[in-house]
Ligand binder design. Sequence first.
Ligand SMILES: Nc1ncnc2c1ncn2[C@@H]1O[C@H](COP(=O)(O)OP(=O)(O)OP(=O)(O)O)[C@@H](O)[C@H]1O
Length: 686
Amino acid sequence: MPSRLRPPPAPPAPPPPSAAAHHHRDHHHPLLPAILAGAASLSVLLLFLVLLLSVFLYRKLSRTRTAPADSKSPHLRRFSYSLLRRSTSSFSPSSLLGHGAFGSVHKALLPSHPSPLAVKLMSSPSVSAAAASSDREFRNELSLAPVLNGSPHIVSIHGYSTNRRGNRLLLVYEFMQNRSLQDALFGKKCAELAEWRRRFEIAADVARGLEYLHHCCDPPVIHGDIKPSNVLLDSEFRAKIGDFGLARLKTEEIMEEGDNVDGGENGTGMIVEEDNNGSILEESESVATGCDEGSSRCGAEPESCVIRVLDSDESLEVAVVSPEMELERRSVSEGCFDGTSIESGKDVNRANASGAEKKGNSRSNWWWRQDNAGGSESGRVKDYVMEWISSEIRKERPKSDWVSSPSAVKDEGSSRKLKPPKKQRKRWEWWASLDEERAPKKVKKQRPKEWWREEFCDELSKKAKKKRGHCSSVRGEMWWQKDDDSVQERKKRKSRSSRSGIDWWMDGLSGELRNGRRNSQEWSCTSAGDMIPKSGGVSSTPSMRGTVCYIAPEYGGGGQLSEKCDVYSYGVLLLVLVSGRRPLQVTASPMAEFERANLISWARQLAQNGRLLDLLDSSLHSLNKEQALLCITIALLCLQRSPAKRPTMAEIIGMLSGEAEPPHLPFEFSPSPPSNFQFKSRKKAR
Ligand SMILES: Nc1ncnc2c1ncn2[C@@H]1O[C@H](COP(=O)(O)OP(=O)(O)OP(=O)(O)O)[C@@H](O)[C@H]1O
């Protein structure tokens, strides 16, 4: 039997798929780990890129915020912050050139630069008002740099820098070997400045610098803070004007205003809106538009308007600006423009009742102690000044142990040890006599704490009356007001403020005194004894800002900032140069010294008495009396109350150079009957 062929065996069926088998196959997919790893690294990379982009954007934005002028100032170099830090040894004290209201100035030695540079470090404090002030000053300087760098009489600015966080702003200037006129005259007391020729050259250099600002710049630039610490001296003691943090461009609108700037001693009282981060250009725009917001209030009496501090929305802010000077600033909102920040060119420091709450015990903070609430509306500056004098007197006054008991000195047997040293005896006797007059022996303890105030005021009042009686029939009226003002205007002024005998003495210390409730500035006393309003209180010194004694009365009173404000400040500077002393200085105790303490009122007195040469610094040598008299006469012309009557800087240059006719002493300063100081005609023969 044939064998049956058996069909071939069917191939084995594939095993049914099971979960385990499936899992096993996935687990071993060769591409999966690579895909997963790729995706992970891609996301990390993306994340990194996003981070990088944000950091880049952040830096770019912060740079834009702190250096707006970069695009406008193509010639300015942006320095590396770390380079500047290294070249000033981390802004160490060894590189320190000086301190200002907004920070310190250091000498920098850059490897790439042949000569040293001066670096101003403006550290933005945590307090917003002060930070904004620094920011604005920084912007101001950068905005103006391209215009200013063209003059040999202006400190040139090389560039700027900021740190990463943008809270340290740096400005880089040319280095001036002999620092500021303030340092040279009152700090180091440079022997070179004892030579008259140098002082005259400084006066002429500053005048040329200002002439450049006012007449060569288009639009003109108003410096707004002319004073010795802003006049810098090179190795030859030639002067250049520095620090344009408060400077402003004069727009056409301001020019029109300027025509009316003579409209009374208080000016127009125009107040300007402040853009926190605005550059000077923006500020000028604001000036042009004037009181757009709140125009209804602009019509209010200037006396009722208060220039508010800077850019703070806070009602009260305090910042420690300069540790050495223990300057504290605050900004207080008050007055008819509440709710808006007001800028009139500078930062204003003001103190009010609440302002008096925070105080320091140091001498430099004496002004904190002032309580303006309920006080005389017109007497704030006076109070501050008196307080300052008080502190000076305390320094001068012999130790209380023997002063408090003057009679004890007479009784030599019982209290010999209380007798003052011979040298001091005369001074002591003066004090003692005042003490005795003021307080009967038995009630000495009850005598007014500030007994000397009344004494001082009474004494000055009597002297003022005696000296000026022929000029002023109304008690308390300023003798020189006759010149400028109509009778009506004088009556108005009289009703605004009843003037005590000391008011004439306070003349020139700022406009506030006469303008009532305009602004209650905060003042500080620098280590050098200068009184400076704080702007933001800031510097020195923020908005209406400047330095007491140097601010023109119309601007100090909240008026328009004009070139004539610079001219006024230049007048004070001239007097300081010629006399070699500060505008406010109590040097000794006798009453006669108090009369001289206010340089401006003293100059007025001397002019009236025809004794102008008494103003001259006794340490001057190689004096050219004619030039000295010329300088004093120009100074008095600049100090005239009416801005329109003050000469322009171009005219001053003409007078100083002898191109123009010699000036006549202004009527308001002239002796009675008026007479002019005779100068030989210095006009050059043509
Ligand atoms: N370019 C410079 N070269 C040399 N020293 C300088 C220079 N600029 C400023 N200084 C010194 O640094 C000091 C401080 O200057 P800064 O401009 O910061 O303040 P200030 O003008 O003294 O006061 P304020 O800020 O109140 O106006 C000056 O008094 C001066 O001695």
